[in-house]
Design a protein around this ligand. Structure first.
Ligand code: CDP
Length: 220
């Protein structure tokens, strides 16, 4: 039987990561941050002097560079060319580049293939922009997390990050392939006023009503 997937999409700084991570912990599912994968490629492009908006150059990079996704400690780690990009993917220059590279169809195709494979390994809570619309269209556990843009921009500032939240949203929603949009069958969750625990509780309730149960912890 296919492993269940909870899909969480939404705009930048909507609180998706905190909510998806918390949900995964409650369900004992594996947490997958697909944004981290696009960020990893943005970082690598900058490192190698590749213009993230240059489709041909980015496609070449996507073809050449070995990508490994592994599960450990309840979440997925990305390695590119044997390196761990995690310490660098929240840098300001990556924030500014990521939506450009995420518009390159060849990169999206490669990542979507890898993201789908993860379902063979574990039940997932996967967050991103196109999980409900492209990656796992068949899941019945589909949510779109939104919040007031002012609150979202403030949230990033509080995290001590300089981020181009509005510009990323605009670019993500306007791109030709897999634009940021709510899937018709996704449940809209407004995260403007509620804290993460409240939102996690709401989503869990809906998932359970639709037949989802927590994964059993493997006996040691
Ligand atoms: O900053 P935040 O955590 O909200 O964003 P993120 O989830 O780390 O995603 C960073 C960027 O990656 C987005 O602005 C999109 O351009 C791109 N992305 C995407 O295109 N598709 C996904 N499934 C996930 C992220």
């Amino acid at each position: 039987m296919l492993n269940p997937v909870v899909a969480i999409d939404g705009p930048a700084a909507s609180g998706k990561s905190t909510v998806a991570r918390g949900l995964a912990a409650r369900l004992n599912f594996t947490y997958v941050d697909t944004g981290a994968m696009y960020r990893a490629f943005a970082w690598l492009a900058l490192e190698r002097g590749v213009d993230p908006a240059d489709r041909v150059a980015v496609s070449g990079l996507v073809e050449r560079v070995p990508l490994a996704l592994t599960i450990s400690g309840g979440s997925v780690q990305t390695r590119l060319d044997g390196r761990d990009p995690a310490p660098f993917i929240r840098e300001e220059r990556v924030n500014a580049a990521v939506s450009k590279i995420a518009a390159v169809p060849e990169l999206r195709e490669r990542l979507v293939i890898e993201q789908r494979k993860l379902r063979n390994l574990a039940p997932l809570v996967m967050e991103g922009r196109d999980i409900g619309t492209v990656v796992f269209t068949d899941t019945v556990f589909k949510f779109f997390l939104d919040a007031d843009p002012v609150i979202r921009a403030r949230r990033r500032q509080r995290q001590g990050q300089s981020d181009v939240v509005a510009a990323r949203d605009q670019a993500d929603a306007a791109r030709a392939v897999a634009p940021l949009t709510k899937a018709a069958d996704a449940v809209l969750v407004d995260a403007t006023d509620d804290d993460a625990d409240t939102i996690i509780g709401k989503i869990l309730q809906i998932c359970r009503a639709r037949g989802l149960s927590a994964a059993k912890v493997d006996a040691l």
